[in-house]
Write a protein that binds this ligand. Structure first.
Ligand code: ADP
Ligand code: ZN
Length: 700
């Protein structure tokens, strides 16, 4: 072999030395043969000394992305982590893999802390986990800086942003203290940050430049459905959804602790238990253990408190109320199908949810003027919380919130005898002897921004729920995923309109009244055409589709019969329906009506989904009246086309009047546009789509 060939091989080997070293470590230290998607490029950037913000969903393998480059660089990797349990868990995993890891948090004895610190100084640690509040301990950051760490990892980095959904004021200390550790590269990791929260994280870290990597938000195995439903119907709808075995195990998210308890009781027959912060720790642990063991099959959790639940085979996640942010929602539905098998996420919402959220928003984010007034009470000098509460006109809980906001945004300073402490505890109340004095921060601007951001999060959630495009795609875009294909998922309710199927429920009190009105009208005069019956009873009170739902309920309950009839007029066969009371219908009581099942086309209730310009499903009777609009030529032609296809069957089986009018109006040019017409489903598209499109193209 000629010499130069040898040397060129040696050069290639040297060029590949770094990636090889990472791969070697991947196998030798972690036992993995391959990188998961995106891990390699992130590891490589950090190993080279870049700062990185990594946003990948839970379970994607973020820990490796800082652990591997940390090892590769040599020295200790410092990990800032917000929860003791999380830290302990990580440390024990690393121990098992033969790495040297320690943690510093308030749960450890003085001796254990001292020993850990001394090991750090001697360079005996690969990983040192640190609770963020440690950074406030005088001299601690300087102590860390006595050795240059290999890497600083900020886990759950969204906690640093007051715009994220789990802001931890302690994390703010990083901005001041991280520079002490420079030029060590920083890895900030989170599963939940929108582009604006990502910006904020980067700004708050106070290091630059920061490479941003956002990946992997698409979940191929979760079929998302969003359904509009009255609050009073949601428990019954959920029960119905979960009533077949393959849909369990399930997590149901309820908006409040009280609701969680109530719903858990309602799902008792499925094997359900509540899980929220109001329950004693041991009970929560028991619920979690039994859920993992499969003894409890439904956990009803509050949205604020589902994070402890980690089970791979959750088949369904249901939200019985609208979450406050898309970030939270994504996290929650992400608990479905961790095993990769097909799973479902169903969200129930209605306009009422928005009003509830607005109420909480007003309570938790008071007008800036309320903050100003409280701050003004301190102009003459510091006061304790107790004193403040006697001088302020605010309720103690509201005052606590106001003080918390003011401290976080720098409008007030909190002095405590015992060193650092959060403004309010986990239970949401503060210590009476905390003392407050004026702060110099630009609190008003900062608070106003945060308030606006909270409100915008809610608006995004509402937009998502009312959105008409692929749900998964909306989520992926929400997080700014870079590597996504941008394809619709093909399995959500937007991709598959036929999922917007009918659902059953008991009638509301008002509906019982309307059902009664219909029966009474027929008792006065039986065998009326439906259009006439509607015109003379409930027209003006409810819409025609809703009336139709009520008539169907009566018919299914055996109280009346609906017959299709037809007559010929001007070369056109006109069909209509006539309702006749049955014997049961003659004698039914109001009480019996309350037990009927309303099969409700949820789609019908969505004003945004309906073409406002489309006339109500026209009835023959109505169209005959003189002020009714003339049927367009296209509508008449479409009806002839439809009748040809229907043969012996009723014409609406081919295409409902509503869909037919929608088609006449929008004149779809291709399958997608055709499918967008309200009332046109996959079935029609398959059987008649092509033919109809041809018909429309040829129609002048
Ligand atoms: P995240 O922090 O993103 O939620 P983790 O870091 O906890 O995810 O990783 C989830 C799981 O994936 C862990 O059990 C981890 O051991 C495993 N994992 C990570 N990277 C790889 C890999 N390259 N090959 C195989 N398993 C991996
Ligand atoms: Zn989709």
């Amino acid at each position: 072999m000629p010499e130069h060939a040898l040397s060129s091989e040696a050069v290639t080997g040297a060029r590949n030395a770094e990636p090889d070293r990472l791969r070697e470590l991947l196998l030798s230290a972690f036992g993995h043969r391959e990188f998961r998607p995106h891990q390699e490029q992130v590891c490589r950037a950090l190993a080279k000394g870049q700062n990185v913000l990594l946003v990948m969903p839970t379970g994607a393998g973020k820990s490796l992305c800082y652990q591997l480059p940390g090892l590769a660089r040599g020295g200790t990797t410092i990990v800032i982590s917000p929860l003791i349990a999380l830290m302990e868990d990580q440390v024990s995993k690393l121990w098992q893999q033969g790495m040297r890891a320690e943690c510093l948090h308030s749960g450890r004895s003085r001796d254990a802390l001292r020993a850990a610190c001394s090991r750090y100084l001697k360079g005996e640690l690969d990983f040192l986990f640190v609770a963020p509040e440690r950074l406030a301990v005088p001299g601690f950051p300087e102590f860390l800086a006595r050795r240059k760490p290999a890497l600083v990892a900020v886990d759950e980095a969204h906690c640093i942003s007051q715009w994220g959904h789990d802001f931890r004021p302690d994390y703010r200390l990083l901005r001041e203290r991280l520079p002490l550790l420079q030029p060590t590269p920083v890895a900030a990791l989170t599963a939940t940050a929108t582009p604006s929260v990502q910006d904020d994280i980067i700004a708050q870290l106070g290091v630059s430049p920061v490479e941003r990597h956002v990946f992997g938000f698409r979940r191929d195995n979760i079929a998302i459905e969003v359904r509009e439903a009255k609050t009073t119907d949601r428990v019954a709808l959920t029960l119905e959804l979960l009533s077949t075995g393959e849909r369990l195990p399930a997590i149901v998210y309820a908006p409040t602790r009280k609701e969680a308890d109530k719903q858990a009781a309602a799902f008792g027959e499925l094997g359900a238990a509540a899980y929220h912060a109001g329950l004693p720790g041991e009970q929560r642990e028991r619920v979690q253990r039994r859920f993992l063991a499969g003894e409890i099959r439904v956990v009803v959790a509050t949205v604020a408190f589902g994070m402890g639940i980690d089970k791979a085979d959750v088949r369904t996640v249901i939200h019985t109320a609208l979450p406050a942010s898309v970030e939270g929602y994504y996290q929650e539905i992400g608990r479905a199908g961790r095993d990769g098998l097909p799973s479902r996420a169903v969200l129930f919402h209605s306009f009422a949810d928005l009003r509830t959220h607005e109420w909480f928003f007003e309570r938790d984010y008071p007008e800036p003027s309320v903050l100003s007034e409280t701050r003004a009470l301190l102009e003459k000098g510091p006061l304790t919380r107790d004193r403040l509460s006697t001088r302020s006109s605010l309720e103690p809980e509201v005052l606590d919130k106001v003080l918390e906001k003011l401290v976080i945004h720098g409008g007030l300073r909190l002095e405590t005898a015992s060193g650092y402490r959060p403004v309010v505890g986990r239970d949401g109340s503060g210590a009476p002897d905390d003392s407050f004095s004026l702060g110099k921060g630009a609190w008003l601007e900062s608070y106003t921004l945060q308030r606006r951001h909270k409100r915008a999060q809610l608006d995004s959630m509402v937009r998502f729920a009312q959105g008409e495009t692929c749900r998964m795609l909306q989520l992926v875009r929400h997080f700014g995923d870079e590597a996504d294909s941008g394809d619709p998922c093909g399995q959500c309710d937007a991709c598959r309109p036929e999922l917007r199927k009918k659902v059953n429920r008991v009638p509301l009190a008002a509906e019982v009244g309307w059902l009664w009105t219909i029966l009474e009208a027929l008792r006065r005069r039986d065998a009326q055409p439906l259009g006439k019956l509607f015109g003379e009873t409930l027209d003006g009170q409810i819409n025609r589709a809703h009336f139709q739902d009520l008539v169907s309920a009566l018919s299914r309950g055996g109280l009346l019969e609906v017959q299709e009839e037809q007559f010929e007029k001007d070369d056109d066969i006109i069909r209509f329906k006539r309702a006749t009371l049955t014997r049961n219908g003659q004698s039914a009581t109001r009480q019996m009506l309350a037990e009927l099942q309303i099969s409700m086309g949820v789609e019908e209730e969505r004003p945004s989904r309906r073409r406002r310009t489309t006339p109500e499903a026209p009835s023959v009777v109505r169209r005959k009246s003189s002020d009714a609009p003339m049927e367009s030529e296209l509508v008449a032609a479409l009806k002839r086309w439809r009748r040809d296809r229907a043969g012996e069957a009723p014409a609406y089986r081919v295409l409902t009047d509503r869909a037919l009018h929608g088609i006449a109006e929008s004149r779809p040019a291709d399958e997608r546009e055709l499918l967008a017409v309200s009332g046109v489903g996959e079935g029609f598209l398959k059987n008649h789509g092509e033919e109809l499109l041809r018909f429309l193209r040829n129609y002048h």
